[in-house]
Design a protein around this ligand. Structure first.
Ligand SMILES: [Cu+2]
Length: 345
């Protein structure tokens, strides 16, 4: 193991609601106007601001293999070694840690996390690479990492004998296969609890013959939080922080292809959806479909994912949100801000 990570975590401040905010309180937080309202504090958004020093939804969009860390820090969590056949050995250092996170302004949630963040760090490999994840459980409960994709049963992280007890380490190792958009999550029981507490992340496998050149890739995980443990979500989001992309839109460039890696990990609700205003996208289910559908709304069951490809024609703000209005009103709503490409003179 190369990193313990926990030392770099900073404490979060207690907020207005503290633990266990009710659905009504969350709704009030989403709708009230307040001192921080200003231009973004209208009736459709979340009022206030969640600090981004411990988790930044903007950074998360384009972060994989710890590429958002400075090189010396990144080496503690990720390294790649070329293999004779031209593929890479990709090694990751993961740890589970219990941590309180802020999911809406003043709404805190006692999460279980991979590497201190929800969702966990995105893993991205190319088809045929070898993935090796050293997992250290620093949490108070047994956990695992269950990856979607091809692997032998001993690497599945699902059966009682796969549980990694607090303080213990397990090394997951498998080939990245098939190309597509997958996920990973804890598979300890009760599963519902271990997933909704925050132990999940995205696993992208790029096709070997299709390098991502000139494309703006964005990772979006649709999630929800049951803040008062009544088996219902009080807060919904894409990438954890309710309304983060309303307050701070996702910036994209007109004419440049945009790809959204969309994953639904929402617990308790049967479905979640992604709807984009003013345009259409090609939806490629699981990233493996050979016949993408052309749509402006896509519905995903828990664990389902889709690769969405589009290009912004017009500059300006485009809303995106769950088409379930309730989810949108409880935080799952955002904006793309498309700008003309810069002309270098
Ligand atoms: Cu777990």
């Amino acid at each position: 193991m190369w990193a313990s990570g926990a030392g770099s975590l900073t404490a979060l401040l207690a907020g207005a609601f503290g633990r266990g905010a009710s659905r009504a309180q969350a709704q009030a937080a989403a709708h009230s106007s307040g001192a921080h309202g200003g231009a973004t504090g209208h009736a459709m958004g979340v009022v206030g601001h969640v600090p981004t020093d411990t988790f930044d939804p903007q950074r998360f969009l384009r972060a994989w293999n710890f590429n958002d860390l400075p090189d010396d820090e990144r080496r503690k969590y990720y390294r790649e070694t070329p293999r004779p056949d031209g593929t890479l050995l990709r090694e990751y250092s993961f740890f589970a840690v219990d941590r309180e996170i802020e999911i809406a302004p003043g709404v805190f949630y006692p999460a279980w996390t991979y590497n201190g963040q929800v969702p966990g760090p995105t893993i991205r490999a190319t088809e045929g690479d070898r993935v090796r994840v050293t997992f250290v459980n620093q949490g108070a409960h047994p956990h695992t990492i269950h990856f979607h994709g091809w692997h032998p049963p001993a690497m599945d992280g699902s059966l009682p004998e796969h549980q990694v007890a607090p303080g213990k380490t397990f090394v997951y190792e498998f080939d990245a296969d098939p190309a597509g958009l997958h996920l990973y999550h804890c598979h300890a029981v009760p599963l519902k609890r271990h997933i909704h507490k925050g132990l999940y992340g995205v696993f992208i496998v790029d096709p070997r013959d299709e390098p991502a050149v000139g494309r703006d890739d964005l990772v979006m995980v649709m999630n929800g939080f049951d803040t008062n443990f009544d088996n219902e979500n009080e807060v919904y989001a894409v990438n954890t922080v309710a309304g983060a992309y309303m307050a701070n839109p996702v910036r994209v460039v007109t004419g440049r292809p945009v790809r959204i890696y969309l994953v639904n990990i929402t617990e308790f609700d049967l479905l979640n959806s992604f709807h984009l205003h003013g345009m259409f996208f090609e939806a490629n289910r699981t990233g493996t479909s050979r016949a993408p559908e052309v749509a402006d709304t896509i519905m995903l069951c828990q664990g389902e994912r889709a690769v969405l490809d589009t290009t912004f024609r017009y500059s300006g703000d485009f809303m995106f949100h769950a088409h379930q209005s309730e989810f949108a009103e409880l935080g799952w709503m955002g904006l793309f801000r498309a700008e003309e490409p810069r002309r270098d003179t």
